[in-house]
Design a protein around this ligand. Sequence first.
Ligand code: XMP
Length: 321
Amino acid sequence: DWTTTNVVDEQVELIRQQVGDKQVLCALSGGVDSAVAAALVSRAIGDQLTCVYVDHGLQRSGESDQIEKDFVAATGTRLEVVDAEDQFLGALAGVTDPEQKRKIVGREFIRTFEATARKLDADRHIEFLVQGTLYPDVVESGGGTGTANIKSHHNVGGLPDDLQFSLIEPLRTLFKDEVRELGIALGLPETLVYRHPFPGPGLSIRIIGEVTKDRLEILRAADLIARTELTAAGLDRDIWQFPVVLLADVRSVGVQGDGRTYGHPVVLRPVTSEDAMTADWARLPYEVLEKISTRITNEVDEINRVTVDITSKPPGTIEWE
Ligand code: XMP
């Protein structure tokens, strides 16, 4: 019968059998699945596991810390952090097209991960790669398994032939809610385990226009306020996702104190959904919207207007790009 203790014990045993005394690699994305998969493997084989976190500089406020500090504290895993912000922002400079942004982030990610994997492999020969594949991913991709291919919805291609690993996929039979229970049982922080889905290209597709460091900072500040107030209202689990979108190329006139302002708008995009295939705009309480709007316009200088997206999916997508 399904209990988290049974699943953990069973998986730990299976992973030990599969791995033996070999070395294992895992890329952490910042999301739930890779973190729980890594925590499970870490429980099984300890420091035969090395995790890699590519910090692309497109995360929301606090998310890198969650991996670099909280995840490591909870699991004791050896973590290699690659600070690649300048590289990603350099590659994204001047780019406004959404699909281009996705391609660039995917390309830079695989490039960086590959270089890191190569370095680690030279240091301690690596045989296995952990992936946080869930049961719905298995069904969707026709059930195959094999050598390494980072999940395609993370927008990265495969690794080159001379750098192929066997896969460890300890979450292959599980659904999302079961993965979350496992994460809690393994001692991961709730904020990580119950994180809303977040796209691989990160905030790059929530800035409408060119992605720059300044714009990322503005968006991060607004996004943090929106998320904080959603949590304070106790609504995290009622909402599927809550993108905040910066219309970086749009300005509108406002008034603040004695002066006129000419700032940017943000769009709040809270949605409810079962699986992200369809979604409805979330009817957030007016008081919560009011708090978010007041705080963002008071606390984030460059933003003088807050709007709410009331489009369902279809016809609107969840993200704006
Ligand atoms: P849309 O915007 O198409 O999003 O309604 C559906 C779900 O997918 C996420 N999303 C992405 N995830 N890479 C990802 O890993 C992407 O390029 C990407 N684009 C959208 C989105 O956040 C939502 O959960």
